[in-house]
Design a protein around this ligand. Structure first.
Ligand SMILES: NC(=O)C1=CN([C@@H]2O[C@H](COP(=O)(O)OP(=O)(O)OC[C@H]3O[C@@H](n4cnc5c(N)ncnc54)[C@H](O)[C@@H]3O)[C@@H](O)[C@H]2O)C=CC1
Ligand SMILES: O=C(CO)COP(=O)(O)O
Length: 332
């Protein structure tokens, strides 16, 4: 049986802790705020993120990261991308030696332009084969109520990926393994940016043809950048690429799509941020990191560029649409 510490009790950390527990793993969930850990312990619910979901009786919760990490063979990192480095730096002295470090975050770090597995390797000082990532069409709320989905666990060490797969397979959650860590991470980070663009289109009142175009051309640009960074093209046709892109761009549950929709209806960035109630829309920062990464590798990412300009340069959404449609025509 896997002994797992899940560090981060937001929507996804709490839901994934439930999945692991339902799969028979021994799980301790760490929450930053003591009152959240206390509520999970005393009521079996996370009032902040999933108030109506009953968590498994065996799931433990604490606000002391040492208690969560004690004896763990697997450490799940479930905090937002831009805070992963600082959070992990606070935990690193207490990480059990040899434990697999699994990142759930979907983003690229600003300034360093590092993927999450790179941040984890650097901060924890562990080899690449000790670090895994999980990415796929995984809207937390649907999984929390037991709706079926699949995902990808990517690790350069296939045996570690298989151990993780066994630790979280349930009747409603089906993980596949993959060794293409770069592709899975780029798929997860990139789809949040494309979901912002889809949301903007929906907010402007545009229909299915437009969103299908954004999804398809969005996939093309994310895959183009991923391949330039060493990813395999096929990964982008899988769950961590197309799968997650379709789920996120189509679902009103997506925070990124919802954020984009507010911008498309004319809200300012600050208004959209306020409406998100502190929940993270990763694409807002990742668009800038991906755009810089693309420039460094001389890869064209026009949708990502447009999202960055709307979010951070004050460009109106209508100007972004005009610019994308005004680009020179070309073969597909
Ligand atoms: N919610 C979802 O459906 C899914 C989310 N993800 C990814 O998982 C990661 C975590 O997402 P969620 O759990 O949904 O986020 P969330 O916004 O619901 O929760 C974030 C958690 O991190 C904690 N945290 C620790 N340090 C923080 C800091 N400095 N700033 C902000 N929060 C901090 C918060 O207290 C909270 O427990 C993100 O990268 C997201 O893209 C991936 C798949 C599904
Ligand atoms: O990653 C997700 C689904 O796979 C969740 O997307 P949002 O962060 O946009 O809610």
């Amino acid at each position: 049986m896997a002994v797992v510490a899940v560090l981060g009790a937001g929507s996804w950390g709490t839901t994934f802790a439930k999945v692991l527990s339902d799969a028979g793993s021994e799980v301790t969930l760490w929450a930053r705020r003591p009152e959240v850990a206390h509520a999970v312990r005393s009521t079996g619910r996370n009032p902040e993120y999933l108030p109506d979901v009953q968590l498994p009786a065996g799931l433990r919760a604490t606000s002391d990261h040492r208690e969560a990490l004690d004896g763990a063979d697997t450490v799940v990192l479930a905090v937002p991308s831009q805070s992963l480095r600082s959070n992990l730096a606070g935990w690193v002295a207490d990480l059990p030696p040899g434990a697999t470090l699994l990142s759930l975050a979907k983003g690229v770090e600003l300034r360093t332009l590092e993927r999450m597995s790179e941040v984890v390797r650097e901060v924890a000082g562990v080899p690449a084969d000790q670090v895994a990532v999980l990415s796929g069409p995984n809207l937390a709320r649907e999984i929390a109520v037991g709706q079926p989905t699949a995902t990808v666990i990517a690790c350069t060490d296939h045996d570690r990926a298989v151990a993780l797969q066994q630790a979280c397979t349930t009747g409603y959650f089906r993980p596949y393994t993959n060794t293409d860590v770069v592709g899975c991470e780029l798929g997860g980070a990139g789809k949040n940016v494309i979901a912002l663009a889809c949301g903007m289109a929906v907010g402007m009142g545009l229909g299915g043809n437009t969103t299908a175009t954004i999804i398809t051309r969005g996939l093309a640009e994310v895959a183009r950048l991923g391949v330039a960074l060493g990813a395999r093209q096929e990964t982008f046709a899988g769950l961590a690429g197309l799968g997650d892109l379709v789920a996120t761009c189509s679902s009103p549950l997506s925070r990124n799509r919802t954020f984009g929709e507010l911008l498309g209806r004319g809200s300012t960035l600050a208004q959209a941020q306020e409406a998100a109630h502190g929940q993270v829309a990763e694409g807002v920062k990742t668009c800038t990191a991906l755009r810089e990464l693309a420039a460094r590798h001389r890869v064209e990412v026009p949708i990502t560029d447009g999202v960055h300009r709307v979010c951070h340069e004050g460009a109106p959404v209508s100007a972004m649409a005009r610019e994308l449609l005004g680009r020179s025509t070309k073969p597909e």
